[in-house]
Design a binder for this molecule. Structure first.
Ligand code: S3P
Length: 174
C-alpha cells in the first residue's frame, strides 16, 4: 500500500455504515479515522440531538461545514466519516471533491430503516416512522451523493470485508 496523499471521505445516509467502515478502513491503512459528528460534539460540548434542539438544524449545518472544511484541508491523511447530510451544501460537496477521494456507501431505504430504527441519537428520526424518513431523505439526497462520489458501493451487496477490499483496490488504482 503506497502512502496516501489525501483524505478518504465516506458519504452516505444514516445507517449506511460510514463509521464502521471508516474505522476498519483506517486500521488497514494505518491512518486515523475521524468521525465528523464526533468532532462537532467534542467542540460543541453537547450531543447532536442537543445541538438540533437548542440551536436548530441550521446551527448544526454551520458547524458541520466548518469542521468538514478544516478536516478536509488540514493536510493530514485520514479516513473521514461524514454525517448523512454533509452533501446538502454545495460548498461542502465542492470541498470534499477537491480535497479527497469520496466514497458513497449506498443502501436502499428499506435496509437503512431497519438499521436506524430506534436510534435516539439521530434528531431527524424523532417522531417519524424510520422507513418514511429514510425514503424522503433518499429522494432528496441520492442525486447529491451521486454527484459528489468518486466511487459508489452498494453495502447491501457487499459485506464489510468485501467493501474494504473494493475501497483498497480503488485507492491503489486511482
Ligand atoms: C444527519 C446524519 C447524522 C448526523 C445528524 C444529521 C443527516 O449522521 O450528522 O444527525 O442529516 O442525515 P449519521 O449519518 O452518521 O447518522
Amino acid at each position: 500500500m503506497g502512502a496516501l496523499i489525501y483524505p478518504i471521505i465516506l458519504i452516505g445516509s444514516m445507517g449506511a455504515g460510514k463509521s464502521t467502515i471508516g474505522r476498519r478502513l483506517a486500521a488497514r491503512l494505518s491512518v486515523s479515522c475521524v468521525d465528523l459528528d464526533a468532532v462537532i460534539v467534542e467542540h460543541a460540548g453537547c450531543s447532536i440531538p442537543e445541538i438540533f434542539e437548542e440551536q436548530g438544524e441550521a446551527a448544526f449545518r454551520a458547524l458541520e461545514s466548518e469542521y468538514l472544511k478544516t478536516l478536509c484541508q488540514d493536510g493530514n491523511n485520514k479516513v473521514l466519516a461524514t454525517g448523512g447530510g454533509a452533501v446538502l451544501s454545495e460548498a461542502n460537496r465542492h470541498v470534499m471533491q477537491q480535497s479527497g477521494f469520496v466514497i458513497w456507501l449506498d443502501a436502499r431505504p428499506e435496509i437503512l430503516a431497519r438499521r436506524i430504527a430506534g436510534d435516539g441519537n439521530r434528531p431527524l428520526l424523532k417522531g417519524v416512522e424510520p422507513l418514511q424518513r429514510a425514503r424522503e431523505l433518499d429522494a432528496q439526497r441520492r442525486p447529491l451523493y451521486k454527484a459528489c462520489a468518486d466511487l459508489r458501493i452498494d453495502t447491501a451487496k457487499c459485506r464489510v470485508p468485501q467493501t474494504i477490499r473494493t475501497i483498497l483496490d480503488a485507492i491503489n488504482h486511482s
